[in-house]
Design a protein around this ligand. Structure first.
Ligand SMILES: Cc1cc2nc3c(=O)[nH]c(=O)nc-3n(C[C@H](O)[C@H](O)[C@H](O)COP(=O)(O)OP(=O)(O)OC[C@H]3O[C@@H](n4cnc5c(N)ncnc54)[C@H](O)[C@@H]3O)c2cc1C
Length: 441
């Protein structure tokens, strides 16, 4: 048995874990059932842990084919997005959609149907998935294409591994001329102004705002809105133009030990946030930053999840529909700033239209932030759940570690239909995670 958790380090469970290296290994695990596939464990809570068998897919990480004309990569599901970037960025290709860490597997990215800073224009990860090979509950393998008219594609993307094991996939990469991003930083004093900034610049491919959640009125939700687009080769300074894909390796920082719980308190978070805001505001306007700094600032600090100490932390991420988003964000941020429990890592993004059957995004805004595990945070999170529900919002299963099934179903009626489908298709007996049990899926 192995002690497992997600990235938030809570909950922890003793799990029976096996590594898959081939399709036959997956078939054996599925036949034994109940089981769940695990990618790189970057989801925060318990979706990649099973009370039955947890099948580690990292052993299936080979690239199988690449078409340099179309940018379509066929890869096994356990390959990391970081491997994709390392191999293909020097040839002029970048992931079409990427979450805020590059250390996710392709299987995990499809199963959670992850979103990036470009959802408003490009949609979520499934937009670049041409097909997936999925192992069904009876051990057969189906190739499911994006335009498949049976609806099966929509029951894989965002299904959190609960409808089969993804073995391999064909994903379309994006052609880019350089490894550089033209970043524009816009400091704003309130969340209302942040939303205005997003709405005014929907034509920019990437956008994200870092929010200072410890700041109350009159600067509730003061933020740094960071827009970005891939730099063309002819925009680079001459020194970089000769090797447009070459960037200096970032200095690797690491958190070597679990921080004691007193290290993160209201004062230290407040001070950090104020400093971060001031430094960001000083760099307002356009700058050229490399892809790693723009997309993955947190990856530069390995093991950053240890700063919350041994007890771990919860992440809260909701999506609020466009018509209620402004009011909902104000309510959420008012409550968060009043408790003083806010984290440094609070992020706001704009979602574009999305009508997929299971995926998290809906047109509007998504707010994500961390709280140290503990009773006060749990009480706050329940209030945030209620505010989200009152504004017609929903929650991201890839970040969830503690919601009740009742809350999840109230927020997202699609889950009740998915539960029925799992029963009807025989998935419920085979693909089971701690999260699916907790939420009654
Ligand atoms: C720092 C950080 C930033 C993040 N930023 C974002 C973000 O901006 N946007 C976003 O959308 N997400 C974000 N995430 C969440 C992360 O992208 C997702 O949780 C992703 O699913 C993790 O991939 P993984 O390979 O680690 O999968 P795991 O965490 O191991 O598993 C996640 C889910 O995928 C399923 N799964 C994994 N592999 C397979 C497979 N082969 N077949 C079937 N099911 C499978 C698992 O059963 C589980 O339900 C972030 C996470 C971190 C730690």
């Amino acid at each position: 048995m192995t002690r497992l958790s997600g990235w938030g380090r809570t909950p922890v469970a003793e799990c029976r874990v096996r590594k898959a290296r081939s399709e036959a290994d997956v078939a054996r695990a599925v036949a034994e059932g109940p089981m769940i596939a695990r990618g790189n464990g970057r989801s925060y809570g318990d979706p990649a842990m099973s009370p039955g068998l947890t099948l580690d897919m990292r052993g299936m990480d080979r690239f199988l084919a690449f078409d340099a004309e179309t940018g379509i990569l066929v890869t096994e599901a356990g390959a990391l997005l970081s491997d994709v970037i390392e191999t293909f960025l020097p040839r002029g290709w970048f992931p079409f959609v990427t979450p805020g860490t590059k250390f996710v597997t392709i299987g995990g990215a499809i199963a959670a149907d992850v979103h990036g800073k470009n959802h408003h224009g490009d949609g979520s990860f499934r937009a670049c998935v041409e097909w997936v090979d999925v192992m069904e509950a009876d051990g057969s393998v189906t190739r499911v294409t994006q335009d498949d008219d049976t609806g099966r594609f929509g029951t894989i993307c965002g299904a959190m591994g609960l409808s089969g094991v993804i073995l391999r996939a064909a994903i379309r990469l994006r052609p880019v001329e350089s490894a550089w991003i033209v970043q524009e930083t816009i400091p704003v004093q309130t969340v209302e102004a942040a939303v205005d900034a997003f709405e005014a610049r929907l034509d920019v491919p990437y956008s994200v705002a870092w929010i200072d959640c410890s700041s109350g009125p009159p600067t509730l939700g003061r933020s740094l809105v960071m827009l970005g687009r891939h730099a063309r080769a002819d925009e680079l300074p001459t020194s970089k133009r000769k090797a447009p894909f070459k960037v200096a390796r970032p200095r690797k920082l690491a958190v070597p030990v679990d921080f004691p719980s007193f290290a993160l308190n209201r004062l230290s978070v407040r001070a950090f946030n104020a400093l971060y805001y001031r430094m960001g505001a000083r760099n307002a306007g356009e700058t050229l930053v490399d892809w790693d700094r723009y997309f993955y600032p947190l990856d530069a600090i390995s093991g950053w999840n240890r700063i919350y100490g041994r007890r771990g932390f919860y992440q809260f991420q909701c999506a609020l529909p466009l018509p209620t988003a402004r009011e909902g964000l104000e309510r959420l941020l008012t409550d968060i700033s009043a408790t003083g429990l806010a984290s440094f890592l609070s992020v706001l993004k704009r979602f574009g239209p999305d009508d997929s059957p299971l995926s998290f995004p809906c047109e509007g805004y998504t707010l994500a932030l961390d709280f140290p595990a503990g009773a006060r945070s749990l009480a706050l999170l329940e209030r945030l759940d209620r505010i989200t529900l009152e504004h017609g919002g929903r929650f991201y299963l890839a970040k969830d570690a503690r919601m009740t099934g009742e809350t999840a179903r109230a927020a997202d009626p699609r889950l009740a239909a998915f539960r029925d489908l799992r029963q009807a298709r025989g998935w419920a007996g085979h693909f089971v995670s701690h999260q699916s049990e907790r939420l009654g899926l």
